[in-house]
Write a protein that binds this ligand. Structure first.
Ligand SMILES: Cc1cc2nc3c(=O)[nH]c(=O)nc-3n(C[C@H](O)[C@H](O)[C@H](O)COP(=O)(O)OP(=O)(O)OC[C@H]3O[C@@H](n4cnc5c(N)ncnc54)[C@H](O)[C@@H]3O)c2cc1C
Length: 299
């Protein structure tokens, strides 16, 4: 099927690009080409693209900031959808913050800080969007997005729905949206902890940024922690204890600074990253008897 020709009649064709390299849209800076990449600016455009994909029987995938995704070198035979400007709105009202799924966590935390609302400082350095964070139940420094989420707004089967956070089955790096691949998170309502001085909030956020800079290889492309934390302890500790820091395949390497991160040292292909992940998993299993499970989403 010629996807470009099949979609040319859409009203929002101007927000769709074809044969788009995903290395430009993922924090790994690696991976293949998507047949189509769409950035709908509002719900009507989003609904039009999804309806067209469903009518054509073409798969689609919702991407946030691409900070936890690896697209295989073979690329994606379908439409990758990234929520555009209309989904980045962030409103603060008392202690509550209503944010579009495309808003970055750092923008949301800054917006809350401007209104003296605390509770988002720990999450502020996670480089994803609200949608990606809710789906993954992202968290850092003892706080998860589930701790501050009240309601989730999402699109499913063509209908806009609201879910109470208590129904999202949040657990470590999991929400019910992991099992609803057709649902698109549109936004969420959060509740901060407290009203505090702006300076205190900003200085706490800066403290977390410094901690990240000191412990994570932020100077290299990566997708953060490659593996989930197993019940036996931190994946990074197990990988380090197996002496795997610095282990490489092609342009991909286990970071010397943080063994939990696989980094792209330059020119890594998705194949290099996947091969390195396999090596690390095999060695950790052989030496420690622990099966590491990828945290990153592989497309
Ligand atoms: C340097 C670095 C540091 C990191 N540190 C942390 C950390 O401290 N803690 C942590 O938890 N993670 C961390 N991560 C990983 C990542 O930032 C988080 O998992 C983040 O929540 C992913 O958000 P995203 O918008 O980039 O989502 P993506 O990576 O684009 O997508 C992740 C998943 O969410 C889905 N998704 C995205 N948006 C939507 C939507 N609107 N509706 C439905 N599904 C959606 C995608 O389909 C995909 O399955 C780090 C990554 C990097 C690169």
């Amino acid at each position: 099927m010629n996807l470009e020709r099949s979609l040319e009649h859409l009203n929002c064709i101007n927000v769709i690009r074809f044969a788009e390299p995903m290395s430009g849209h993922t924090s790994f800076r690696a991976g293949g080409i998507a047949d189509a990449f769409a950035e709908p600016g509002n719900r009507e455009e989003l609904a039009e693209i999804i309806a067209a994909a469903e009518a054509l029987g073409v798969p689609y995938f919702i991407m946030g900031n691409g900070t936890n995704v690896l697209v295989r070198d073979e690329g994606y035979r379908g439409i990758i959808i990234k929520l555009g400007d209309g989904f980045r709105v962030c409103e603060v009202n008392g202690l509550t913050v209503k944010a579009g799924a495309g808003a970055s966590l750092s923008a949301m935390a800054k917006r809350a800080a401007e209104e003296s609302v605390s509770g988002f400082e720990e999450l502020s350095g996670i480089p994803g969007t609200v949608g990606g964070a809710v789906r993954m139940n992202a968290g850092a420094y003892g706080v998860s997005i589930s701790d501050v989420t009240k309601e989730i707004y999402y699109l499913e089967d063509g209908e806009c729905k609201v879910m109470d956070a208590s129904d999202a089955c949040f657990s470590y790096r999991y929400s019910v949206f992991c099992d609803k691949p057709g649902a698109v998170i549109l936004g969420a309502l959060f509740e901060g902890k407290d009203i505090k001085s702006k300076d205190l909030i900003v200085s706490s956020m800066n403290g977390y940024t410094q901690k990240r800079k000191a412990s994570q290889p932020l100077e290299f492309p990566s997708a953060g922690s490659t593996f989930k934390r197993p019940k036996e302890g931190y994946a990074s500790r197990l990988i380090d204890e197996c002496g795997l820091k610095g282990l490489g395949v092609g342009g991909a390497k286990v970071s010397e600074k943080h063994a939990g991160f696989i980094i792209n040292c330059g020119g890594a292909t998705a194949g290099d990253i996947l091969a390195l992940m396999k090596k690390v998993r095999d060695i950790v299993y052989a030496e420690k008897g622990v099966e590491l499970e990828p945290e990153i989403v592989i497309l």
